[in-house]
Design a protein around this ligand. Structure first.
Ligand SMILES: [Ca+2]
Length: 219
């Protein structure tokens, strides 16, 4: 299995407070290979290693890091489907992010995120923004915060589309929910707004999420 140290972790550590035990151990893997002992069904709830006709199962990224209580994994995956009704082609996709703790190759699910995009006959957009995926320990408690964002939408025109940025720390979830910022051709940007859901989060979490949002809102 090919694993490379995420250079991003070093950049993040310069811009944020101490990262406790997290960043030096962060590894990320985009080979599509799950660690031994973890199945696609564990990640997505979708059975079978072999997708049915018209479906595509993909593991996009596996991340591993050390927390104060041991190793943690996050798996980014998608299940896509293409179907036809009469002469119309429909595409749907589900995005998954599932986090696990691991002990002696036994994985225990911590948190599962599932975003369903219904069948779309136009241009389906349902994708993670790679540059949004970060790991921090902003409150220095030895528990990593995993930040990631994704866009979803069904359309053919240039207009703001749904953008969500999530931050997971253990089994806690915080979110900015809004839309992308685009220039529909008028020379003026539209959208880019969000509603924060960071109740009970340490203050630094929302500030960091806003910073990431500003960096990725046009993607
Ligand atoms: Ca933390």
């Amino acid at each position: 299995m090919k694993r490379t140290l995420l250079a991003l972790a070093a950049l993040v550590s310069m811009a944020t407070p101490a990262l406790a035990d997290v960043p030096s151990s962060l590894e990320t893997d985009t080979s599509g290979t799950l660690p031994e002992g973890l199945t696609f069904e564990d990640v997505t709830g979708v059975a079978g290693a072999t997708p049915p006709k018209g479906a595509k199962h993909e593991v996009l990224r596996v991340m591993r890091w050390e927390e104060r209580d041991g190793p943690r994994f996050a798996v980014f995956a998608t299940v896509g489907k293409v179907g036809r009704k009469d002469d119309t082609k429909y595409e749907s996709r589900v995005l998954y992010v599932t986090t696990f703790s691991e002990s002696a190759q036994t994985f225990t699910q911590i948190r599962a995120i599932k975003e369903v995009s219904s069948p779309c006959e136009l241009d389906l957009e349902a994708r993670f923004i790679a540059s949004s995926i970060r790991l921090t320990d902003l409150d220095d408690d030895g528990v990593g915060e995993l930040t990631f964002a994704y866009v979803t939408g069904c359309g053919g025109d240039v207009s703001p589309t749904t953008l969500k940025l999530l931050m997971l720390e253990g089994d806690d979830k915080y979110a900015l929910r809004g839309v992308t910022e685009v220039d529909p051709g008028t020379g003026t940007y539209e959208g880019g707004i969000y509603k924060p859901d960071f109740k009970k989060a340490p203050k630094a979490f929302l500030a960091y999420a806003k910073k990431v949002w500003d960096e990725i809102k046009r993607q």
